[in-house]
Design a protein around this ligand. Structure first.
Ligand SMILES: [Fe+2]
Length: 313
């Protein structure tokens, strides 16, 4: 089943205005924005939909406080949609809406959708680095960073769920062709569907049932400099850093997580590892040492001649 990855996430929130402002400031483009919410797109058209929690057009809320209402995956072709419908109709109701989206609920109670992938092809260079020992990636006079360089989310990367039973959840996604790339023992698997080489598009963390819902989602950026640049600008706008910047071990992705009014964290990531079926999944206990290689924290700008590093700015 050729599932490519999440196309969009749907939220039912308390404060529509704050969430819409947040997603705009994060770097997504507002589409059809009204006081009832809107859709927010990355450069390839993947994105996030914000509505009020009482909006009757939303899928039913889960019994927990999570604001996530639906995860909609993009699939490669009609054949994949039919294969999903055939597999899941064995043990649940699955319907096709007038919007062409095939909808059902997974074994944990997360509402899912599947549609022909809506992603636009984007043609943008990744961050280019020059280093002794290799041919220049950036030619003479091409600057590596500028004050006004764009740092915009390119594509919806992954979503992370809190689930009450990670083994049961993994078994459900295995039916859709998701495979485990790596695993935090006793916590959950990093899963990737058949239509991508990305290390993961779904990670699950086993938690008590009352926490069930979304933990975070993230969009791919053009490289580590864009993660830093976008994150720095986000802090300057008043948003609160939660974790990062740093670099994860499983996936090697650069990360920076922020608090949000969507009831979950929101991340920027870049330069995730790619894997194919020749990869053997690794396992590790989860800890600070296995979750990242290094971790920094945001500081105000400084220059030599300024106040000492421990003096409040
Ligand atoms: Fe992440």
């Amino acid at each position: 089943m050729n599932i490519i990855g999440p196309d969009y996430l749907v939220f039912g929130v308390d404060d529509v205005e704050a969430c819409c402002q947040y997603m705009t400031d994060y770097g997504l483009k507002p589409i059809d924005l009204t006081d009832k919410g809107g859709r927010f797109e990355a450069l390839d058209g993947t994105g996030v939909v914000i509505r009020h929690r009482a909006d009757p057009s939303l899928p039913a809320a889960m019994e927990t406080s999570t604001m996530l209402r639906e995860t909609v995956y993009g699939v490669a072709d009609e054949q994949a949609l039919q294969a999903i419908e055939q597999e899941l109709s064995k043990d649940r109701s699955i319907t096709r809406g007038t919007d062409g989206v095939l909808r059902c609920v997974d074994d944990m109670g997360f509402a899912l959708g599947f549609q022909l992938c809506q992603r636009r092809t984007i043609d943008l260079p990744a961050e280019r680095v020059n280093a002794p020992g290799d041919k220049p990636q950036r030619p003479a006079n091409a600057l590596g960073a500028t004050q006004d360089m764009p740092a915009l989310p390119r594509s919806l990367s992954h979503v992370v769920y809190f689930v009450p039973d990670a083994a049961k959840a993994e078994a459900f996604y295995a039916r859709l062709g998701f495979v485990c790339t790596d695993r935090f023992v006793g916590v959950g698997p990093f899963l990737r569907p058949a239509g991508t080489l990305d290390h993961h598009t779904l990670f699950m963390i086993e938690t008590p049932p009352f926490m069930k819902g979304i933990e975070h989602f993230t969009f791919h950026m053009g490289g580590p400099t864009e993660v830093m640049m976008a994150g720095y600008r986000f802090v300057e706008k008043g948003y609160q850093s939660f974790w990062g910047p740093g670099r994860h071990q499983f996936g090697s992705n650069w990360f920076w997580y922020f608090n949000s009014p969507l009831g979950c964290h929101v991340e920027y990531d870049a330069d995730m590892d790619l894997h194919d079926d020749s990869w053997a999944a690794r396992e590790a206990p989860i800890s600070a040492d296995t979750s990242q290689y290094f971790l920094f924290e945001h500081r105000p700008k400084w220059s030599p001649g300024g106040p000492g590093p421990d003096v409040p700015h």
